[in-house]
Ligand binder design. Sequence first.
Ligand SMILES: Cc1cc2nc3c(=O)[nH]c(=O)nc-3n(C[C@H](O)[C@H](O)[C@H](O)COP(=O)(O)O)c2cc1C
Length: 186
Amino acid sequence: MHITSISGSPSERSRSAWLTQLALTRLEGLTTQGNHIAVRELPAAALIAADAQDAAIAQAVQAVAEASLVIVGTPIYKAAYSGLLKLFLDLLPPEALRGKTVLPLATGGSAAHLLALDYALKPVLSALGARHVLDGVFATDAQLQRHESGRYVPDAELLVRLDRALEPVVPPAPRMHIAAQLNCRR
Ligand SMILES: Cc1cc2nc3c(=O)[nH]c(=O)nc-3n(C[C@H](O)[C@H](O)[C@H](O)COP(=O)(O)O)c2cc1C
C-alpha cells in the first residue's frame, strides 16, 4: 500500500504530527511505499502565493497523487483545522483524493472541538473527491502525554480508537502487536 501522510502543524514538536506518525507505525507491515509531508517544511512564500510550480510543492502534490491511503493530521486552531494545512490542501488539484482512502487525525487542547473533524475537515476532503473516509481520530493534549524522552505517550483509549479507525485497512493481529510494543516503550 502506498501511503502519504500530511502534517499541518506549524509546531516543531507537534502532537498531531506525532499522532500521524503513530498511525504510520500501525501500518508498517502494509506499507510498500511511504511519504511524509510536513507542510511547515515546504517553502512559505510558495505556499502563500499558491505556487504549484514550486519544485518542493510539486513533489508533495505528486506524493498525494501516488498514494492509495492519505493520512491528514492537523492541530485544532480556533475550532477548525490549521490554516497551514489549508494552504497545502488548496494547492491540490480538484478530485485529488478521488479513489483514495483518507484517515483524518486531529489533536486539540480539550474535547470541546472534537467535532471539528466532521464539520470542518471532512467537507474539504469531500470537496477534493474523497469518498472513502475512515473514522476520524481526535486526541486531546492530555491523551498524548509528553515523555521525558521527548516522545508522546498515547493513552489506551486513544490507541483503541486509532486501531478501530484503521480496521478497514489493517488486519487485527499486527494491530495488537504494535499496541503492545508501544506500551512496552513507555
Ligand atoms: C493558535 C491556537 C489556537 C488553538 N485553538 C484551539 C481550539 O480552538 N480548540 C482546541 O481544542 N485547541 C486549540 N488549540 C490547542 C491545540 O489544538 C493543541 O494544543 C494541539 O494539540 C496542538 O497540536 P500540534 O502540537 O500538532 O500543533 C489551539 C492552539 C493554538 C496555538
